[in-house]
Every structure is written in structure tokens, then in C-alpha cells.
Ligand binder design. Structure first.
Ligand SMILES: [Zn+2]
Length: 329
């Protein structure tokens, strides 16, 4: 699908996943194109990507550069495969994302162990820890590992000869998440930072930093004044109203914070308990019926909100019998 002349969207399927598709953007260049995000490493995804390129008169070896908004499997999974098929392609990612690859995809047992310790401290019952600790592991098989050729810090301008793309560091969903701004047509390639319908997952975990929701909300504010006519997200659909969507997301997090604070006015609770009471948008499914992976996301999102409020000074944390209990101030 053509967004503007020379900048196209290729839908790459993510099998068995509610997101459905990864939006891969192909930006024309003088010496080959620039691709933003790749999709998971499955045959189905690679075929879709190849067909999408073919419709633009391109093949895999015409990709001069791949820019990764972040290294989650649905964005990064196929990058290694593409690099094998086209060794001259340069892969770019933020330095924080580069730093995550080894611990996430290669020597991941240490990360799992640390995640287990973290989940226990936040009140996840012992019997549930092993399931929750390894909940993100199945995604690993959809990744062909490769290391970026160059790392980004934010502020760089990537020049394809036909388009300029400014790198904007937007941590929160992942520590080194980046967006790309195209000033000529005023396009924002938003990755998972801003999606039109679902709110981007912002979780507290071993590698998230101390206040990922704070990072995220600051990075949202940073984009509020940007002159944008179209937002090109990594999932769902292209949309227009950036400031409107940012305001909605901010309200969503404010409401969620208040809801959580409401549970801990009378007595302190662990994050696991708080998470089980939140009115998640899970269509009639009870907390107990929620798949392990979703429970883990819920717990880690809850911690992110609680830690944000701790930073604001509206919630305190008590360390008791190797558990963290939160209480409203
Ligand atoms: Zn994604």
C-alpha cells in the first residue's frame, strides 16, 4: 500500500497472534531501499515480505538498510534471515536494543532467573513463577539472531537520497525504541510507541530501567508538538490525529493509576494481587483463565504503574518478608 510516492506499507502476517500483522515500511532510496522493521521469522512472513517487495519492483537484495524500531521478535525476527540472503544490507538499531540481543536471545537463562526473582518479590505465587518466568520464551524460535551493523543514539538523520528520516529515541515499550520522522511529508513512523487502537505495552522488568512508564510518557509528550499529517504505526492501521491519540493514551494511564491506587488505600498489597483486580480489557475472561503470558504482561504493567507512582510520590513501597507491598500515600 502506497502511503506517499516512494514510501510503501507491506503487511507481514504474525501467525497465531492477536496483532495479526506487522506493518513493514519500505522507503525508496537512490542506492537501494530502507526497510523499517521486518516481521517474525516464519516462511509465511518471508513470503509476504518478498511478494510485497516484488510488487514494488524490488527484491531482498535491494534492501540497503534495515532500521529496527526495537528488537521484539515481531520487528526483529526476520532481520537475520534477510541479512543471510542479502549480506550487504546494513542493520541499524538503537544502542540499548543492540545491548539486549545477547541476553534475550542467546544467553537467556540468566535473564529468566532474574525475572523469576523479580516476579516472586512482587508476590507471584511460587507455583506460578516457572510459567510466568519463561512466558516470553516461545517467541525466541521466531528470531534469527543478527547483531546490528551500526547503533543509533537518537538525533541522527538517515538519508536514503530520496527521503530523510530523523531518529527520535522513544523509550518505554522497550528501552531503545525509536520512531522515525519524515519532515517532507510530515510522517511519523511510530513503531509500537503509538498504536491507533490498543495501548502499547509498557512493562517493568529486569531490563526496563527503574521507571519505564515515566520514560514512555515523557517520550509521548516529546512527540505532542511534532507537525505530523500521518502516523504510520507498526501494527493496526495508519491514522491522522497524533495529538488526539497521545491525549487518549495519557488519560488511559492516568485512569489506570487511579484504579490501582484505589486498591491500596486501606491496606498495602503486592503487585500480583493488584494486577488480579484491575479491570483489564479481557472480554469476560477471569484472571484465573487468563493465559500465562497475559498474566505476566498484566503483572509487569502493574509494577510499571506502581513504580511510576512511587516516583511521583503518590505510592510507597514496603519491603516485608522478601515481598514488595505498595500503599497509597
Ligand atoms: Zn510489535
Amino acid at each position: 500500500m502506497e502511503i506517499v510516492r516512494g514510501l510503501n506499507l507491506v503487511k507481514v502476517p504474525i501467525p497465531d497472534n492477536p496483532l495479526g500483522y506487522l506493518n513493514c515500511y519500505v522507503v525508496a532510496g537512490k542506492d537501494g531501499c530502507l526497510m523499517v522493521d521486518t516481521g517474525w521469522n516464519t516462511n509465511e512472513a518471508l513470503t509476504a515480505l518478498r511478494e510485497g517487495l516484488q510488487e514494488l519492483g524490488l527484491s531482498v537484495t535491494d534492501i540497503a538498510t534495515i532500521v529496527l524500531t526495537h528488537v521484539h521478535p515481531d520487528h526483529f525476527g526476520l532481520a537475520g534471515k534477510l541479512k543471510q540472503l542479502s549480506p550487504h544490507t546494513k542493520i541499524l538499531a538503537h544502542h540499548w536494543e543492540s545491548a539486549l540481543i545477547d541476553s534475550r536471545y542467546i544467553k537467556f537463562t540468566d535473564l529468566q532467573r532474574k525475572m523469576g526473582v523479580l516476579l516472586r518479590r512482587h508476590g507471584v505465587p511460587d507455583v506460578e513463577v516457572p510459567g510466568l518466568e519463561t512466558a516470553s520464551m516461545p517467541a525466541i524460535e521466531f528470531v534469527t539472531i543478527t547483531m546490528p551493523d551500526e547503533t543509533l543514539y537518537g538525533g541522527e538523520v538517515l538519508d536514503t537520497g530520496l527521503f530523510n528520516l530523523e531518529v527520535i529515541w522513544t523509550p518505554g515499550h522497550s528501552p531503545g525504541h525509536i520512531c522515525l520522522y519524515e519532515p517532507q511529508n510530515r510522517l511519523l513512523l511510530a513503531g509500537d510507541h503509538i498504536l491507533p487502537k490498543i495501548t502499547s505495552n509498557v512493562s517493568y522488568h529486569v531490563q526496563s530501567g527503574d521507571n519505564p512508564l515515566g520514560d514512555y510518557l515523557y517520550a509521548l509528550q516529546k512527540l505532542q508538538k511534532l507537525s505530523v499529517t500521518k502516523v504510520l504505526p507498526a501494527h493496526e492501521h495508519v491514522f491522522d490525529d497524533l495529538p488526539g491519540r497521545i491525549a487518549e493514551i495519557m488519560t488511559h494511564h492516568d485512569n489506570r493509576k487511579e484504579e490501582m491506587r484505589g486498591f491500596i488505600r486501606e491496606k498495602p498489597l503486592v503487585a500480583y494481587e493488584i494486577a488480579s483486580r484491575v479491570s483489564w480489557d479481557i472480554q469476560g475472561i477471569t484472571w484465573e483463565q487468563l493465559p500465562t503470558y497475559m498474566q505476566r504482561v498484566a503483572v509487569c504493567e502493574t509494577i510499571a504503574h506502581l513504580e511510576y507512582m512511587r516516583w511521583e510520590g503518590t505510592v510507597t513501597r514496603i519491603d516485608e518478608n522478601a515481598l514488595y507491598l505498595y500503599r497509597a500515600v
